[in-house]
Design a protein around this ligand. Sequence first.
Ligand SMILES: *[C@@H]1O[C@H](CO)[C@@H](O)[C@H](O)[C@H]1NC(C)=O
Ligand SMILES: *[C@@H]1O[C@H](CO)[C@@H](O)[C@H](O)[C@H]1NC(C)=O
Ligand SMILES: *[C@@H]1O[C@H](CO)[C@@H](O)[C@H](O)[C@H]1NC(C)=O
Ligand SMILES: *[C@@H]1O[C@H](CO)[C@@H](O)[C@H](O)[C@H]1NC(C)=O
Ligand SMILES: *[C@@H]1O[C@H](CO)[C@@H](O)[C@H](O)[C@H]1NC(C)=O
Ligand SMILES: *[C@@H]1O[C@H](CO)[C@@H](O)[C@H](O)[C@H]1NC(C)=O
Ligand SMILES: *[C@@H]1O[C@H](CO)[C@@H](O)[C@H](O)[C@H]1NC(C)=O
Ligand SMILES: *[C@@H]1O[C@H](CO)[C@@H](O)[C@H](O)[C@H]1NC(C)=O
Length: 260
Amino acid sequence: MGLRCAYAQGVVCIALHIFFIAILEDHVESSSYEACEPRNCGTDDFNISYPFYIPSGGNHSCGYPGFEITCQQKRAMYGSYAVKSISYNESYIELVSQRDTSCFAPRPFTVLPDNPFLRDNVFRHPSLLFFYNCTDPSFPFNTSSVDCTSNATYNTSVALKLPRCSFYRQGGSCRSFAEVPVQLEEGISNQTIKDVDYRELLHKGFQLKWDLLTNCNGCQESGGRCGRSQYADFLCYCLHGTNHPKDCNSVRGKVFRIRN
Ligand SMILES: *[C@@H]1O[C@H](CO)[C@@H](O)[C@H](O)[C@H]1NC(C)=O
Ligand SMILES: *[C@@H]1O[C@H](CO)[C@@H](O)[C@H](O)[C@H]1NC(C)=O
Ligand SMILES: *[C@@H]1O[C@H](CO)[C@@H](O)[C@H](O)[C@H]1NC(C)=O
Ligand SMILES: *[C@@H]1O[C@H](CO)[C@@H](O)[C@H](O)[C@H]1NC(C)=O
Ligand SMILES: *[C@@H]1O[C@H](CO)[C@@H](O)[C@H](O)[C@H]1NC(C)=O
Ligand SMILES: *[C@@H]1O[C@H](CO)[C@@H](O)[C@H](O)[C@H]1NC(C)=O
Ligand SMILES: *[C@@H]1O[C@H](CO)[C@@H](O)[C@H](O)[C@H]1NC(C)=O
Ligand SMILES: *[C@@H]1O[C@H](CO)[C@@H](O)[C@H](O)[C@H]1NC(C)=O
């Protein structure tokens, strides 16, 4: 917004730009501090907190998009994967696929949520490829038979895919497919499925690091709880309903925005 002055001829016209500092209303409800209390799904020994959140009741102010956790049978789930642990200070989540306990094969179409802050990580992992109910069990790469779900007509096979490798297969003789990231010992780059025990790899799970530039530590150290609002990517919720762009030791308790 500006102010224009048009005086008589010969008078210098001064344009005065007035910057308004608008004190925006505190759109975030004062109960955010309470709402964002770290919580767990019931039986896990770790808590869910920023950037992860449980979007129950459509509540999105306690975490970051892409980090939604759901609770199933009192356990935390991230997409189709069960959460084994979360390390907030080292920024990784440890996941394990839901398996058929009799056969130890993951469910078809096991998926991870779409999260750009993890994506690079997924592609850096080796993975197990499961081909279910195949009528033609011949593959142009090494596979192992998952015998407990195979018979003479419908065969299920598993292959190990290393990062930066892709597998192509002609035809569609398999009913379904699943790809599950795994963790191999570092520096071993020439392994095939014959060199590993896929059950053990599935059981071990895998870690994904996240890379989010918002810094939650300062907020937590000042006694706050991290979150966001529809106006700010990061907010520190403090006791007594205030919030700050950084931490609870900051001077003012409201969000400022400068308009002109
Ligand atoms: C969602 O969070 C807000 C604070 O941001 C809180 O006031 C509200 O009660 C929460 N709603 C639900 C359904 O959890
Ligand atoms: C989880 O959070 C609750 C309350 O927010 C806290 O009492 C508990 O110690 C936390 N548990 C872990 C494992 O951090
Ligand atoms: C993270 O926290 C754990 C336990 O609190 C600690 O053992 C570990 O050294 C910490 N790691 C880093 C990188 O701070
Ligand atoms: C394999 O086929 C059987 C019978 O058609 C079906 O019940 C089963 O769900 C299929 N399994 C997968 C993983 O597609
Ligand atoms: C299968 O694995 C063996 C060693 O385990 C290797 O010599 C062979 O080249 C592999 N075949 C394919 C098609 O990758
Ligand atoms: C499935 O196919 C593989 C590879 O051809 C074979 O070794 C295995 O015996 C088959 N499984 C069954 C139960 O027929
Ligand atoms: C093989 O297994 C499938 C289910 O996976 C079943 O539908 C089919 O009848 C079985 N075939 C034979 C010959 O046992
Ligand atoms: C993989 O490579 C290492 C050395 O780089 C070698 O010792 C090992 O035998 C190889 N394994 C296979 C299965 O080829």
